[in-house]
Design a protein around this ligand. Structure first.
Ligand code: SF4
Length: 392
């Protein structure tokens, strides 16, 4: 706001001294095309790519509000019962943007790999949105699927140009926007993905700074579910508050995931499910964490496959407890939290027994420390052998 006022001041000084009248800076600002990006589904795969691309083109980028219970209630007025939870809430994001923007960006991105794809719903959703909403702003719907023979890298660039031309006719500006957006996205992915060294260091780090034994889990789920406070029921945050350290399937190093997936008997085509299954197999094999939690939006075809594969492998490796939580708009928060707490307490209890077993011949005490909502474990030195294994 201050920037605009400052520019207005400079404009009036210019008019007084030069006696010329030009468009005011604020009127120029109003002329900027407003592009709406719904914060759901594909957005969470390419957040920086989309934002930087449109900003570099000179558009004003408007994101939909963060998901909330109000937004979900709004979404449910438009969604059919058969839709998955993630697609239902997406309609609430569309509704939030319809009156605020000139363009709505809804890419049909089936994937940039010739044998790995996103969920087919990513392709069909723009048509559903056209059918459900009246008075939509102009839709920007580039379609790209590397699985199609004609959709090579040039096709992706051509798609970016067709979208870019809606905002500016300057090809240099569009080229620059593409380059900067790709760079920003790469940087984002580097930040979010752990490398193998980071992962191994995390696995070996078993104690917190205060000497408490850490409880670690891998949280499996689609990026757009884990990042969304309503779809995920805030589970990542709740786990951290219970003293649990976690890595998500989205953060797992790609090299490790690919190595694990080679062990499957058939090729897994869904990109997100590859991350989920690869992460689960790695930890089931290495047993460097205390539990596996998979978050499943209902009803979801691709996750029906991944959850089944994980369950079968987990049955063979019973040391690591697995919980698969299904969520939809009818899920009761209290019930879900109770299951989560029970799971965390099971892991802590198991760890306590393991530690007691490990240290039974040493002069050590395993203490169970109760915090507000959590229970944590600590090994402390003892002077009396009778105290061994006591819990507080
Ligand atoms: S993968 Fe599942 S949750 Fe995601 S859009 Fe497809 S059906 Fe919905």
């Amino acid at each position: 706001m201050n920037v605009i006022l400052e520019e207005e001041k400079r404009y009036f000084i210019w008019v007084i001294f030069m006696g010329k009248s030009i468009a005011t800076p604020s009127s120029k600002i109003k002329l900027r095309k407003r592009v709406g990006i719904p914060k759901g589904l594909i957005y969470y795969h390419y957040p920086e790519l989309f934002r930087i691309f449109f900003e570099e083109l000179g558009a004003e980028v408007i994101f939909s509000k963060d998901s909330s219970h109000t937004l979900l209630l709004e979404a449910l007025q438009y969604a059919s019962d058969e839709e998955c939870f993630s697609c239902k809430i997406f309609l609430g994001h569309i509704k939030d943007l319809t009156e605020k923007v000139d363009y709505l960006f809804l890419p049909k991105f089936h994937g940039t790999h010739k044998s790995e794809v996103n969920c087919p719903k990513f392709i069909g959703l723009p048509d559903v949105i056209r059918a459900v909403f009246e008075d939509l702003p102009q839709l920007l719907v580039p379609y790209h699927s590397r699985t199609k023979k004609k959709h090579r890298s040039l096709h992706l660039i051509w798609s970016a140009f067709t979208v870019g031309y809606k905002i500016t006719k300057n090809p240099i500006k569009i080229t620059r926007a593409i380059i900067r957006a790709v760079k920003a996205q790469k940087k984002y992915e580097e930040q979010i993905k752990w490398n193998e060294e980071q992962l191994h260091a995390w696995e070996l780090d078993t104690k917190s700074q205060s000497g408490l034994e850490k409880i670690k889990i891998v949280l499996l789920g689609h990026a757009y579910v884990l990042h969304d406070p309503i779809l995920s029921f805030d589970i990542p945050q709740r786990l951290r508050e219970m003293g649990v350290e976690l890595i998500t399937s989205e953060e797992m190093p790609s090299s490790i995931i690919e190595k694990q997936l080679k062990k499957l008997h058939s090729y897994l085509y869904f990109k997100e499910e590859r991350c989920i299954v690869g992460s689960a197999l790695y930890f089931l094999e290495n047993e460097t964490i205390d539990g596996i939690l998979q978050l499943i939006p209902y009803p979801c075809g691709p996750t029906a496959i991944s959850s089944e594969i994980i369950m079968r492998y987990a049955k063979k490796k019973e040391k690591i407890p697995l919980i698969q939580l299904m969520v939809d708009d009818n899920t009761g928060e209290a019930g879900l939290v109770t299951r989560l707490e029970a799971f965390v307490n099971t892991m802590k209890r198991k760890k306590l027994l393991q530690l007691q077993e490990l240290h039974k011949h040493k002069n050590l005490v395993i203490k169970q420390i109760h915090k507000v909502d959590t229970v944590e474990l600590m090994i402390v030195k003892s002077t009396s052998i009778e105290e061994e294994g006591t819990m507080k």
